[in-house]
Design a protein around this ligand. Structure first.
Ligand SMILES: O=P(O)(O)OC[C@H]1O[C@H](OP(=O)(O)OP(=O)(O)O)[C@H](O)[C@@H]1O
Ligand SMILES: [Mg+2]
Length: 187
């Protein structure tokens, strides 16, 4: 096969890191934690397209307090490989968040470049409070100091797919979080 031919092995052949059931259980726990922390208040969840869409959909249904949600999209050129890590906003929030309790929702916190950029941007809108919820945290890869307030799972430095996360836009709909084979990622 030519080296430029994309290889998309079946997800079923990849090792499961977290099963659909484990993800559902942790999401429910985080939803309960958020519901307790914001008791009697309203919150705005801001999902970061596209990866966070699926976690946000599940998390929103696990939160018992009044909530709305919105989405932002960013483009990142060479983010994973270049430490300059320029990030640009390509879709802003639809509704104002000034004075609101905001939680940015991500699928994965990796180098931290996406979330530190978004955090700075959202703070300019003067929310009453701003927190971060992420399904996965890969602390070993951090290039900028940033931590999430709600984390479903911490993971080692392995490339994962599923539950919203992609390899070349594939596998986002895979229900478990699986380890993408390093030999394919590095081909
Ligand atoms: O901490 P970082 O190193 O910035 O990486 C994490 C970000 O990278 C991925 O998104 P990506 O920009 O690949 O787009 P996607 O959400 O559409 O997959 C992931 O969904 C996070 O948003
Ligand atoms: Mg993303």
């Amino acid at each position: 096969m030519s080296s430029s031919t994309p290889v998309f092995p079946p997800a079923a052949e990849m090792e499961i890191l977290f099963s659909k059931q484990q993800i559902a259980d942790r999401t429910r726990e985080i939803g309960a934690q958020i519901s307790a922390d914001y008791k009697g208040q309203s919150i705005v969840l801001i999902g970061v397209l596209k990866g966070a869409a699926i976690f946000l959909a599940d998390l929103a249904r696990a939160i018992q307090v009044d909530n709305t949600f919105d989405f932002v999209a960013v483009s990142s050129y060479g983010r994973a490989r270049v430490s300059s890590g320029a990030v640009k906003l390509i879709k802003d929030i639809d509704n104002p968040i000034e004075g609101k309790h905001v939680i940015i929702v991500e699928d994965i916190l990796d180098t931290g470049l996406t979330l530190s950029y978004l955090r700075g941007l959202m703070l300019q809108h003067k929310p009453a409070s701003l927190k971060i919820a992420t399904c996965l945290d890969k602390p070993e890869r951090r290039l900028v100091p940033i931590e999430a307030d709600y984390i479903a799972f911490k993971i080692p430095n392995q490339f994962v797919i599923g539950y919203g996360m992609d390899y070349a836009e594939r596998y986002r709909g895979v229900e478990d979080i699986r380890i993408f084979p390093a030999e394919v990622a590095g081909h």
